[in-house]
Write a protein of this length. Structure first.
Length: 306
């Protein structure tokens, strides 16, 4: 537990917390952990906050008028921000907690233009993705951004796809992305996404003025949402959540489940991705959950049932 709390403390001070302050405090108190502080080397604030998307599982219950939205594929990789100043790429960050992330400028220089035709300050947000043919492509993309070896990173089959920019480049969302495309960036409205992992469809207001007028919650923009496919799953009970350290150094939560047969396999563990995924689903120990096998392979909790 000492090593785990050391790692959680490190991630917090790097700007990529894996658990909440309350959860950390609870564990620290339980295990008499008093070590405070971590030498920060790459925790940097985003110029503009990066938000997650509210989720919808039925288009008939969409929180926005879909006829006023543009639909794009929701790519499943690692969210990243790029900061250009007077046309020069000066900073690239992982999403982190949305407020600050890890500096990955050296890596993103391999994937995006280092110079664009723009003056002033612009933050471009998008997704680093790996082809679906790569096993566990989502974790592969995220783990690649944590590599220390730049030469190894250059060998990875990764692509950056932009889906927004702040400030807006035009009054219309599609036009904003078209401007980014002309600057040399891949954009989600033009990207051929069939060969890449997707986990839904993003609906966003076509008018940037209407999008801005709707504002944001603390977590989500009100002018966009993600439509998720509701795959029929199997009910079981969430018994516990454990945290595991992957080979890439990423700590991720895993659900311990009351064993249940999904398809032709008995499932007792399921990926939970990160703490935000747990919060979005409002999961608690002992609650009933619905489990699927994503791609008929990886067990995943899709919703809480009680």
């Amino acid at each position: 537990m000492q090593n785990f709390l050391d790692r959680m403390s490190q991630l917090y001070y790097e700007g990529t917390p894996a658990i909440s302050d309350a959860e950390f405090d609870l564990l620290a108190d339980k295990h008499n952990y008093s070590k405070v502080g971590y030498t920060v080397t790459d925790a940097v604030k985003h110029a503009y906050q990066m938000y997650s998307l509210q989720k919808c599982f039925d288009i008939n219950e969409a929180p926005l008028p879909v006829e006023e939205c543009i639909a794009t594929p929701k790519l499943d990789g690692a969210a990243v921000s790029l900061l250009y100043c007077d046309g020069n790429l000066v900073l690239a960050l992982t999403r982190g907690d949305g407020l600050q992330g890890r500096d990955i400028t050296d890596k993103m220089r391999q994937l995006v233009p280092t110079e664009i035709n723009d003056t002033g300050l612009i933050q471009v947000t998008g997704e680093v993705v790996a082809p679906s043919s790569v096993p566990n492509s989502r974790n592969f993309a995220s783990g690649s951004l944590g590599l220390n070896d730049l030469a190894e990173f250059k060998t990875r089959p990764l692509v950056f796809v932009a889906y927004d920019a702040t400030p807006h480049q035009a009054s219309n969302y599609a036009c904003s992305l078209e401007i980014l495309h002309k600057m040399g960036l891949n954009v989600v409205t033009r990207f051929k996404a069939d060969a890449y992992p997707q986990d839904g469809i993003v609906y966003r207001m076509k008018s940037n003025m209407k999008y801005d007028a709707l504002g944001h919650t603390s977590k989500h923009p009100r002018g966009a949402f993600a439509l998720k496919e509701q795959v029929a799953g199997v009910e079981t009970t969430l018994l516990d959540v454990v945290w595991q350290l992957g080979k890439s150094g990423v700590v991720s939560p895993v659900a311990i489940l009351d064993p249940v047969v999904v398809g032709e396999a008995t499932v007792s563990r399921a990926t939970l991705h990160n703490i935000e995924y747990i919060r979005d689903l409002d999961l608690e120990i002992g609650c009933k959950v619905e489990v699927i096998r994503s791609g008929e392979i990886i067990p995943r909790i899709v919703r809480r049932l009680d």
